[in-house]
Every structure is written in C-alpha cells, then in structure tokens.
Design a protein around this ligand. Structure first.
Ligand code: AMP
Length: 126
C-alpha cells in the first residue's frame, strides 16, 4: 500500500508558515523546533521539509541529500542542546513514532530529541 500524506497535518502547516513554531534550526531540507508540550528539559522535534509520513517512508523515498541533511540536523541538535557525552553532556534519546501502535499523533515524520534528565526505561511494562 502506498504511503498517503495529509497536507493538512499540523507540521505541514508549520512548514508553510501558517502557524508558528519555536524554531531551533533550519537547513535546506530540515526544520527543528521545540515541542509544544515538552516531556524533558530538552525536547526538540526534527522534521524533513518533504512530505513524508514516517521514517520508513522517508528511508524509502527521500533523496540522499535529504537523508544526509536530516541525519546531520539531528546530530547538530544533540550537540546544540548540550546533550552529547563527547562534549560533556549527559546523553539523550531519539524517538520516532509511527502509526497506530506507535501512537503517532502527527502524520509527518518527526524525530523527538529528548534529554536534560534521566529518561527512564525505554518502554513501560506490557
Ligand atoms: P507523536 O506522538 O510522536 O506524533 O508526537 C507529536 C508531538 O508533536 C507531540 O509531542 C506534541 O506535543 C507535538 N506537537 C503538536 N503540535 C505541535 C506544535 N504546534 N508545535 C510543536 N509541537 C507540537
């Protein structure tokens, strides 16, 4: 089944400038902004500018340039937020939810960059 993208999702509206965001970094192919309901002292969302629903959609259909840009932007956010252990930070977690079982709320690919506190176990029991 092909991936179907809803251009009315809230991150598409942010990309079109129809609603504001707390922007952290913008590159040619990616945008990083603070989550509106942060779950950690650092909680930044990194999204590609292209119309991709999920990580698997992006991995299958994005250009090499988009993939490199997105990956490096995530790395730059980890460093800019002071989370990189190699630079004295205390670490971080990357999360990308997809679909019903992933409890994805916004159907535009995003990676959550979380840090600034001990984040607990990766998944709750059961
Ligand atoms: P997910 O469950 O992985 O789809 O997460 C969607 C995330 O988007 C949640 O953490 C929301 O708090 C966040 N979010 C929703 N609307 C906005 C917005 N307008 N600006 C920033 N973050 C948002």
């Amino acid at each position: 089944m092909p991936h179907s993208y809803d251009p009315q999702n809230i991150f598409a509206k942010i990309l079109r400038g129809e609603i504001p965001c707390d922007r952290v970094l913008e590159t040619e192919h990616s945008l990083a902004f603070r989550d509106i309901a942060p779950q950690a002292p650092s909680h930044v969302l990194v999204i590609p500018k292209g119309a991709y629903v999920s990580y698997d959609h992006f991995a299958a259909e994005a250009s090499d340039a988009e993939i490199v840009d997105f990956t490096r932007t995530i790395g730059r956010i980890c460093a800019a937020e002071g989370l990189d252990p190699a630079a004295g930070g205390a670490g971080y977690r990357l999360v990308s939810n997809c679909g019903a079982h992933g409890l994805q709320e916004v159907p535009h690919l995003h990676v959550h960059v979380l840090g600034g506190r001990v984040l607990g176990r990766m998944l709750p029991e059961g």
